[in-house]
Design a protein around this ligand. Structure first.
Ligand SMILES: NC(=O)c1ccc[n+]([C@@H]2O[C@H](COP(=O)([O-])OP(=O)(O)OC[C@H]3O[C@@H](n4cnc5c(N)ncnc54)[C@H](OP(=O)(O)O)[C@@H]3O)[C@@H](O)[C@H]2O)c1
Length: 367
């Protein structure tokens, strides 16, 4: 065998061993350690923690240390939180590649939850944007708890008085995702045709309303039981995916926002206008590379097609939260709420989210 083939073979062997080793390391689940002791004299609150990856059985509801705001932080008494698929991705540590950030073997951050709404309880000395008593909503890790601290310049906004804490808690991740898909990636203009695949879920119910508020002609895809709900929140046309396939419709859309990823890229492109845009939000499942396959496919095809294929990673952006607050205040967006669970039943709330059948948002009420 020629030397260069031996060298190439050696390189491929090393890469293969490295990939297998990385897979073993990332897929390793450490045992659940006992809860650490609470510091003597520290104030406590009820909160949800997890110290190992796994099903909702790893979630622990109990006493944890109440956070104390630093000079540039706001302490919020949480009244309501909302569940997102992101929460159980963190809980399970899947897809495994995310453990490079969330912790290998066990989570680095034992708190869970992001979306919340509540009342400002205290502010640090450097905080002027908020005052004690303000009703606020936002996104910050650790939202499944009675109290939460948020740096003053992070995703925190005043709650409009015409929406409840439960409605406001429903907003951050799902509505920011919908807004950023339609506005930032999709560059949606009044009169354009947009299709929302997954219109009845957390992100979809916001996407339908925001697209409609932006003056677009909105088509939503959902199952039979949700057709009326999706129509009622502003969809001009509804595809019942149990009876028809939107990729066979012969229609042409300027923008498709895809929360489900259940059709091939070529099928989706066949119903996109020549210079249309696809925004991939989620849907594909799998512990390993499954969720990455659609974005990778779009990245590989993108340079060779006229249509634009984007993958969205939503950001908790302060100015977008303010915009959503305005939209709620003006009645252009009203969060669609599904079930509400007490914080102590967080495991049930997460199990329900994992079923993938939510109609709008799943809420957690915090006593
Ligand atoms: N990229 C990002 O930054 C980002 C941000 C947020 C969320 N995501 C991802 O986006 C996806 C959606 O999130 P979500 O919060 O909206 O989830 P969700 O609320 O759990 O979505 C559930 C909804 O999906 C509907 N659905 C299921 N199969 C469908 C199908 N074949 N066609 C149309 N609708 C279908 C269900 O309706 P039926 O029960 O009637 O089928 C249900 O109403 C998830 O994968 C999530 O991880 C990504």
């Amino acid at each position: 065998m020629k030397l260069r083939y031996k060298i190439l073979g050696g390189i491929f062997g090393v890469i293969a061993v490295a990939i297998v080793a990385l897979g073993l390391v990332l897929g390793y689940d450490a045992d659940c350690p006992p809860a650490p002791d609470i510091a003597e004299g520290a104030e406590t609150m009820k909160g949800v923690t997890y110290r190992c990856y796994g099903s909702a059985d790893v979630l622990v509801y109990g006493d944890v240390e109440k956070p104390v705001p630093a000079d540039d932080e706001v302490l919020v008494k949480v009244h309501a939180a909302a569940v997102n698929p992101l929460d159980w991705h963190y809980m399970r540590g899947t897809p495994y590649i995310m453990r490079l950030g969330s912790g290998i073997g066990a989570p680095k951050d034992e708190r869970l939850g992001v979306d919340f709404a509540g009342t400002v309880e205290a502010v640090g000395t450097n905080v002027s944007r908020f005052k004690v008593g303000d009703e606020v909503f936002g996104g910050r890790s650790g939202a499944f708890a009675e109290y939460l601290v948020i740096p003053k310049d992070r995703a925190l906004a005043l709650k409009p008085s015409n929406v409840s804490f439960e409605q406001a808690a429903a907003v951050p991740i799902a509505a920011l995702t919908a807004l950023q898909a339609l506005q930032d990636k999709g560059d949606l203009k009044p009169g354009q045709k947009v299709l929302i695949n997954g219109a009845s879920g957390g992100v979809g119910t916001f996407a339908v309303q925001i697209a409609s508020a932006m003056g677009a002609e909105v088509s939503g895809v959902c199952s039979t039981r949700n057709v009326e709900m999706v129509r009622s929140i502003g969809a001009d046309h509804v595809f019942d995916y149990k009876k028809e396939n939107f990729t066979d419709s012969g229609n042409e859309y300027d923008l498709i926002v895809d929360m489900v990823s259940n059709h091939s890229l070529s099928a989706i492109r066949s119903v996109l206008s020549e210079d249309g845009k696809l925004v991939i939000v989620g849907g594909a499942s799998g512990d390993w590379l499954g969720p990455l396959m659609r974005p990778i496919g779009a990245m590989l095809q993108g340079p060779f097609v006229d249509q634009e294929l984007f993958t969205l990673l939503a950001r908790l952006k302060q100015s977008d939260l303010d915009l959503l607050a305005d939209m709620m205040e003006g009645g252009r967006v009203t969060p669609v709420l599904d079930r509400t669970y007490p914080l102590s039943d967080i495991a049930e709330a997460i199990r329900y989210s994992e079923e993938g059948r939510a109609r709008g948002k799943i809420i957690v009420s915090v006593p």
